[in-house]
Design a protein around this ligand. Structure first.
Ligand code: AMP
Length: 291
């Protein structure tokens, strides 16, 4: 990896990195396409990173399909695939990285997935930080699908002096609205049928708030979030077997819950549900220009 990317750098070529856990789908490939629009060479990493899985999560059963992934990458014009095994990535020593803990994340992980997946974002930063050192990309592309991850990684890159632009690719969806995910293969037929309700609920809340903002006097005053609207959507999801872990509106980039929407600022409506043994997450953006 170092030899090849050093050659590229010598030639003045820009390098993009798309980190993934493999089992590639259209969402991943859309990030590859975005990466190729911002760089001369695209590197994709395929690594099911154990340190970002908690106890009892799906590390063992996570889908692994290296041959198919390599095929897709070559068809998409990826220049180089980095698919290390555990030993290559984490090696034998843990002296400056006791128990795999290098990062201590503050407020940005206090809500959303940070509450439900203890240690998850620390594991993500550990592996992404290593990938940034190994590949030394000029740009790295991550999906809006995992929006809390995106903001935390961007902050880490800033604080740890990685000279890399962090880009966000929009969420790719199935025709019925379900966000594409490697974990969707876990869904049985009934769960798959109901899964798009998650995106519908997020859109409903977004639509409601946008109407409230339009109807407000337009003098830059904040608009209160009606808790009843969110409770209604949570109930509908629960009734359909999508058990809600969280359904929150947070401000960006600090990822703190808000009770009101200020015109001109950026917010995220995000939710996670558990259906059967599968955990699904999704989010929509809410930005409203001051009139
Ligand atoms: P993963 O392999 O699930 O760790 O995801 C690798 C990258 O793909 C992350 O940056 C994800 O946010 C992104 N990603 C996952 N699903 C989608 C999707 N449906 N659309 C766009 N990007 C996605």
């Amino acid at each position: 990896m170092r030899l090849i990317t050093a050659e590229w750098r010598k030639k003045g070529l820009r390098i993009a990195l798309v980190p993934t856990m493999g089992a590639l789908h259209e969402g991943h490939l859309s990030l590859v396409k975005m990466a190729s629009e911002h760089a001369d060479r695209v590197v994709v990493s395929l690594f099911v990173n154990p340190t970002q899985f908690g106890p009892g999560e799906d590390y063992e059963k996570y889908p692994r399909m290296l041959d198919r992934d390599l095929d897709l990458c070559s068809r998409e014009g990826v220049s180089l695939v980095f698919a290390p095994d555990h030993a290559e990535m984490y090696g034998p020593g843990q002296e400056t990285r006791r128990h795999f803990i290098t990062f201590r994340i503050g407020k940005m992980k206090e809500h959303l997935c940070g509450v439900w997946r203890q240690g998850h974002f620390e594991g993500v930063l550990l592996v992404v930080n290593k990938l940034f050192h190994i590949v030394q990309p000029d740009v790295a592309v991550f999906g809006q699908k995992d929006i809390q991850q995106w903001y935390i990684i961007r902050q880490m890159a800033l604080e740890h002096d990685h000279p890399v632009d962090i880009l966000m690719g929009p969420t790719r969806r199935e025709p019925d609205g379900l966000a594409q995910s490697s974990r969707n293969v876990y869904l049985n037929r009934d769960e798959r049928k109901k899964a798009p309700l998650l995106y519908k609920a997020l859109q409903k809340v977004r639509g409601h708030i946008l109407r409230q903002l339009e109807q407000s006097p337009g003098n830059g005053q904040p608009v209160c979030i009606e808790k009843a609207i969110i409770s209604q959507e949570i109930n509908r999801l629960d009734e359909n077997g999508l058990n809600v872990e969280y359904f929150s509106i947070v401000s960006a980039p600090d990822l703190q819950p808000v009770a009101e929407i200020m015109p001109g600022r950026q917010y995220i409506i995000a939710a996670a549900v558990q259906t059967g043994t599968t955990r699904l997450i999704d989010n929509v953006l809410l930005s409203h220009k001051e009139s």
